[in-house]
Design a protein around this ligand. Structure first.
Ligand code: AMP
Length: 384
């Protein structure tokens, strides 16, 4: 009996545990809070990731360890890796935890990135704004996610306000200034790399964010083959350089038909949730296969799929469940503003059927604005 340990007990750990059940796996989840939602499906160890006693207890009970949460301290991952196999490796995790290190690596690998500069102090901010130009975004180098720890600078005169918002974090988590990309679209590559180096990517996904948080994903994204291949090649180059094992996502902006890399998520990713019903093998299943040294499953799509995130509170399930290809995921969390509490995936064999289902669900739930950009994208895909 193999036990997989997961650091972080949110919905990603929960979906990993659900997907690992048919493989006969057991799980142990570690989280800092006792009501972590993966704890509804797997034994939960509550403890601080920096607490060696808790980590030792965790290590003693698992055969292999992985993450649902990318901000587990890199030193804790290193400590654990001396005791049990840890995938992805702590170096890959550390790279993805720091936007400066991550973007420097992208550039080194020839992956285009928006202009960026390290901002260690207030004077460096003025210099960076002068070099990069406005509009731009000041972000924390570490510990930011879902648009948190970011300040949009519209003009050089906003520097003071940006420093007031984030300046005190310069010493602790570091700051980075990035050019604002007036992108036409946001895309992501979700891919898996196995212990033996085998690499598989799902078709590119198009994503829509609201207030920095993912709202909807559509797969396959309508992109020219050359762009598709370039995105996958970037993901592959990254995975190989980092000797990455497991599933990860590479988030990309698309501007004037060119790709610019935003960030690497060293874990299963929200923009890959559609793979549960929309692909031959889900990202969760392939992540487990990768970390266990099993053959990876096929990543081909089954038609077209759209994922809608439920933020704050769960809506009524019925309109989704009424659809032939409607699938419901309630993470078992209590409602809270801004919190990801669940998602729905609509899957259909044709673009038209998917658009139809999305419109029906959007109208029934009063979520017309959430489905509208996806329906528009599907209209471009539909044969004339
Ligand atoms: P992040 O936490 O870096 O993934 O940012 C969250 C979201 O903010 C992204 O998905 C984009 O929608 C937006 N965003 C982040 N960085 C930039 C940028 N340099 N230019 C334009 N939009 C951005």
């Amino acid at each position: 009996m193999t036990t997989v340990g997961i650091l972080g007990g949110g919905q990603l750990a929960r979906m990993l545990a659900l997907s690992g059940a048919p493989l006969g796996l057991r799980f142990l989840v570690m989280d800092t809070v006792a009501d972590a939602c993966a704890g509804q499906f797997a034994p939960l160890l509550v403890g601080d990731y920096r607490d060696e006693a808790a980590l030792a207890e965790f290590a003693s009970q698992v055969d292999v360890a992985t993450f649902d949460f990318e901000n587990v301290p890199a030193e804790s991952a290193e400590w654990l890796a001396q005791r049990v196999p840890v995938f992805p490796n702590p170096r890959a995790l550390a790279t993805a935890q720091d936007r400066m290190v991550e973007k420097t690596l992208f550039r080194e690998l020839g992956i285009p990135v928006p202009a960026f500069a390290d901002v260690p102090d207030r004077a460096a901010l003025d210099a960076a704004i002068a070099a990069i130009g406005a509009p731009c975004i000041l972000k924390t180098r570490r510990l930011g996610y879902d648009g948190k720890g970011q300040f949009r600078i519209k003009a050089a005169a906003d520097a003071d306000a940006a420093w007031t918002a984030l300046g005190e974090q310069a010493a602790s988590v570091g700051l980075i200034l990035e050019a604002f990309v007036p992108f036409e679209r946001e895309l992501s590559v979700v891919a898996a790399r196995a212990r033996n180096g085998e690499f598989r990517a799902w078709p590119l996904t198009e994503n829509w964010h609201v207030d920095g948080v993912l709202s909807a994903s559509l797969a396959p994204a309508a992109v020219a083959p050359a762009l598709h291949d370039a995105a996958i090649a970037h993901a592959r180059a990254l995975a190989e350089r980092l000797d990455y094992v497991g599933v990860f996502a590479l988030e990309l902006f698309c501007r004037d038909g060119q790709l610019l890399a935003n960030e690497l998520a060293p874990r299963v990713h929200n923009s890959g949730h559609w793979t549960i019903e929309g692909a031959e093998t889900s990202q969760f299943q392939n992540h487990l296969r990768a970390v266990l040294g099993l053959p990876l499953g096929e990543t081909r799509m089954l038609g077209h799929a759209c994922m809608l995130n439920w933020i704050g509170a769960m809506p009524d399930a019925e309109p989704v469940l009424r659809e032939a290809g409607g699938h419901w995921h309630d993470y078992g969390k209590s409602a809270r503003e801004g919190r990801k509490v669940g998602h729905a995936t609509l899957r259909a064999d044709t673009v038209e059927a998917l658009a139809h289902a999305l419109q029906a669900v959007g109208t029934a739930l009063g979520r017309e604005a959430q489905v509208a950009p996806v329906v528009r994208a599907l209209a471009h895909l539909a044969p004339a």
